[in-house]
Ligand binder design. Structure first.
Ligand SMILES: NC(=O)c1ccc[n+]([C@@H]2O[C@H](COP(=O)([O-])OP(=O)(O)OC[C@H]3O[C@@H](n4cnc5c(N)ncnc54)[C@H](OP(=O)(O)O)[C@@H]3O)[C@@H](O)[C@H]2O)c1
Length: 339
């Protein structure tokens, strides 16, 4: 297969728009159909994207003869849609994490293997120039041997949105910490060995809301690299609360990856400092769309395949378990996730 990718989209919200535009911007994809829970939502985004084939039943997307599917929905309803797409033999891009549970993720991994088609999760950080550059510089030893990472990722969550709903989202660590910044840190430092976390719930306390509203998680990576992550849905004021500092034996790296923009990076070694700007770099969502299209035609892997993103899911759920049970967890050894 080659040529223009016929892409069908399930979901019609913020990220469906963001990624649909990224696919169109590649010049290598057509949006051939859109399905959402409500037909009116699908039609609204359909009108914006010039796609007249809109449905409130995702199965109708097959009428559009898609080559691939993009799924951008609340996490709780995602598994059914992913399993359906894989069952149709369609390469699938999931906008968020692999699943809401480890068991669900394992089932999806099995279905992807059985179908033998591409499955990619939507962590665009690994396609972002700022993270690619950080990885290259760290592996080149530009700040010596990495010792520790400190990160902050606070987002002003809206309590009425599904993100704040524990069941619909799978919780804050899964929804938020997996991409800010478990997924790119695993890409750089390898599989974390141990996790120890604390969490609280202070701003929104109703029973259905996320149990870990704000969380501090400590991860121990190989080579004794220690990582302390602060993340959550409480962010008041306009101050910057999104970035990382990586400390090495010879210097310090400061990353401002930003949520939707290209970000920047600064290295300081002794008296010398160097700043990297990425304003001219390709948008990460477009880069990921290109990689997805390439892989869809060749059945190759992308950077966020299901085996890899099952690890993101396991780490995020281990953070929740650690915070709830007040214990450290040896990852992938004594860890028995709850469903
Ligand atoms: N990579 C990133 O930077 C990033 C950032 C934010 C979010 N995300 C991820 O993006 C994904 C989508 O989030 P979002 O912010 O776009 O959500 P959103 O704006 O709330 O949109 C969700 C969409 O899902 C549709 N939907 C709900 N249930 C459905 C069902 N059963 N069948 C079909 N459609 C259904 C809704 O349809 P109606 O409109 O009809 O209700 C809505 O259009 C999530 O996985 C999230 O984690 C990624």
């Amino acid at each position: 297969m080659s040529g223009m990718l016929r892409l069908a989209i399930i979901g019609a919200g913020f990220m469906a728009r963001r990624r649909a535009r990224a696919f169109v911007a590649t010049g290598r994809a057509h949006i051939v159909g859109i399905a959402a829970r409500r037909l009116s939502s699908a039609k609204t985004i359909g009108a914006e994207l010039g796609c007249p084939h809109c449905f409130d039943d995702y199965r109708r997307l097959l009428d559009c003869k898609p080559d691939a599917v993009l799924i951008e929905v609340p996490h709780l309803v995602q598994d059914e849609l992913v399993l359906w797409a894989l069952g149709q033999g369609l390469p699938t891009l999931i906008g968020g994490p692999l699943s809401v549970s480890v068991q669900g993720g394992e089932k999806i991994l099995g279905a992807a293997r059985h179908a033998g088609v591409l499955l990619e999760c939507g962590f665009e950080a690994r396609y972002k120039a700022v993270w690619e550059t950080a990885k290259e510089l760290l592996h080149a030893g530009r700040i010596g041997q990495p010792i520790a990472v400190q990160s902050i990722a606070l987002w002003n969550g809206k309590s009425e949105s599904w993100y704040y709903d524990q069941a619909a989202s799978g919780g804050m660590p899964l929804t938020h910490m997996s991409y800010a910044f478990i997924n790119p840190l695993r890409w750089i430092f390898g599989e974390p060995l141990r996790v120890s976390a604390f969490a609280n719930r202070i701003k929104q306390t109703a029973a259905d809301y996320v149990r870990e509203e704000t969380c501090v998680a400590n991860l121990l990576f190989p080579q004794q690299v220690m990582c302390s992550m602060l993340a959550g849905y409480v962010k008041s004021g306009s101050g910057d609360a999104w970035g990382l500092t990586i400390v090495g034996t010879e210097g310090t790296m400061e990353l401002q990856p930003t949520e939707m923009e290209n970000g920047s990076l600064r290295i300081a070694c002794g008296e010398k400092a160097e700043t990297f700007e990425f304003s001219q770099a390709q948008d990460a969502f477009i880069a990921q769309a290109h990689a997805f299209i390439d892989s869809a035609w060749t059945n190759a892997h992308c950077r966020n395949g299901p085996e890899d993103c099952l690890r993101d899911l396991q780490v995020a759920i281990a953070i929740s378990v650690s915070a709830r049970e007040g214990r450290s967890i040896e990852l992938f050894q004594d860890f028995r996730p709850f469903s």
